[in-house]
Design a protein around this ligand. Structure first.
Ligand code: UD1
Ligand code: CA
Length: 430
């Protein structure tokens, strides 16, 4: 069997209500570093390099979740509506028609476990293929297994999954739990989804019952034991959301520290997982970096800088305190050291952006965002405002306190300052 086939499918369960989030928003659209939980799962599935398409099962806030998938993942996802929600097994039955002809593996996962890694999904499928199993359950060993389904084994191997609410005292002692992620040979296992019953404590059609079903049919059922339990951390509340953000941040910071980036205070530093940073860059305390960014080598970021995504910074750049950057490119050896907002901009190399420089990129009446271009060697004085769209030519200078509303030629000075008046002995006259 070809263990590298890349045409497996995924089913991502995301119809549940998420009552404990106490929110009008769908649970899976809550964000970590400005990215919805569901997007983390879809990205992990896509990056596993083994799955080419995902069905997303939606129910609560179905419209918003469908719109999100359609907008950001139109080629690789489709949503299927599950109403009412009668359980995880019932949810999977909504793709049975779509996959009638499909003869390959289907990976089933949940939309509320954003920390799952692409590599782990790939390992699950590879293990499944190598062992020639019909069904592989991802399991994990938890010191406190409460609330999870327990993996029940006998001398022949995996026998069943029993939910907490249906478990006997003896079964509750089992520390191996069901992670809620499965790989199944679709042709062999899919008939289970029309045969499951809801004869249990919750009156739901449990996906977990497919284990017993497969064992009874004499199919090969096995498990894949997770190495890092954090990966299946499920979000059910705002507390969990904060905890998951922290876990992800710690992982990200550890990776950067190992790659030669100096992070002075990991506890007050927040870096989104999609931020690349070059070696010997120093990140000072209280920096918040969200979205997708690329920071070069030998840069100095912070303290108190905010990078909001789509920021590209070349080598030897300084971003100082109370500087906010969004959707901008900054070339090497440029300084933006204090109190500036730079958005929708391209700044050349060797520039000095003076304290308090603002790129006024947004027109609140037309809602249009415009671009600022500052070419190599140009400088802006303190407290200058650049009203986009505008271009500052090479080595151009904008005087402190000036407002730039039209393009500035190379090597020229722009100045809108009113002349200084000096009133002698003013204090005495009062
Ligand atoms: C499930 C497993 C449990 C496992 C745990 C891991 C079952 C019966 N139990 O329990 O063994 O240890 O996950 O986290 O599967 N959903 C739907 N439609 C439904 C019901 C649920 O789409 O009708 C979705 C939910 O939105 C959620 C996921 O399925 O994303 C899991 O459902 P949930 O009710 O949270 O199952 P658990 O009780 O956590
Ligand atoms: Ca759950």
């Amino acid at each position: 069997m070809d263990t590298n086939k890349k045409n497996a499918k995924a089913v991502i369960l995301a119809a549940g209500k998420g009552t404990r989030m106490k929110s009008d928003k769908s649970k899976v659209l809550h964000e970590i570093f400005n990215k919805p939980l569901l997007a983390y799962v879809i990205d992990a599935v896509r990056n596993s390099n083994i799955i080419d398409f995902s069905y997303i099962i939606v129910g609560h806030q179905a419209e918003a979740v469908s719109e999100f998938c359609q907008k950001f993942y139109p080629q690789i996802t489709q949503t299927r509506l599950q109403t009412p929600q009668l359980g995880t097994g019932h949810a999977v039955s909504f793709v049975v028609d779509d996959l009638k002809e499909f003869d390959g593996e289907v990976v089933i996962l949940c939309g509320d476990t954003p920390l799952i890694k692409a590599q782990t999904i790939e390992n699950l499928v590879k293990t499944h293929r190598e062992k020639n199993s019909a069904l592989t359950v991802m399991s994990a060993i938890f010191d406190n297994p409460t609330n999870y389904g327990r993996i029940i084994r006998d001398e022949n191997g995996l026998k069943a999954i029993v939910e907490e609410k249906d478990a006997t005292e003896e079964e509750k002692k089992v520390k191996e739990i069901n992670a809620g992620i499965y790989c199944v040979n679709w042709k062999e296992i899919s008939p289970a989804f029309s045969e499951l019953t809801n004869n249990n404590a919750q009156g739901e059609y449990y996906i977990t019952d497919m284990v017993k079903w497969a064992v009874n049919k004499g199919l090969k059922v096995d498990s894949y034991v997770l190495e890092n339990n954090n990966e299946i951390f499920g979000i059910n509340s705002k507390l969990h959301l904060a905890e998951a953000t922290q876990i992800l941040n710690e992982e990200t910071i550890k990776k950067h520290l190992e790659n030669g980036i100096q992070i002075v205070d990991p506890k007050s530093t927040w870096i989104s997982p999609e931020t690349e940073i070059g070696a010997d860059t120093i990140i000072l305390p209280n920096v918040y970096i969200t979205g997708k960014n690329k920071i070069g080598k030998n840069c100095k970021i912070g303290p108190f800088s905010h990078l909001r995504g789509d920021v590209e910074v070349e080598d030897f750049v300084k971003i100082g305190n109370f500087v906010e950057l969004k959707k901008s490119k900054i070339k090497s050896h440029t300084n933006v050291c204090h109190l500036s907002y730079v958005g929708d901009s391209e700044i050349g190399s060797g520039c000095n952006i003076g304290a308090g420089t603002i790129t006024a990129n947004y027109n609140p009446i037309t809602k249009v965002k415009s671009k600022t271009v500052i070419k190599d060697g140009a400088n802006t004085g303190s407290n200058s405002v650049i009203v986009a769209p505008v271009i500052m030519g090479e080595n151009a200078n904008l005087a402190a306190g000036s407002i730039l509303t039209k393009d500035l030629e190379a090597n020229s000075l722009g100045i809108t300052r009113t002349a200084l008046r000096v009133i002698k002995n003013w204090v005495k006259s009062k």
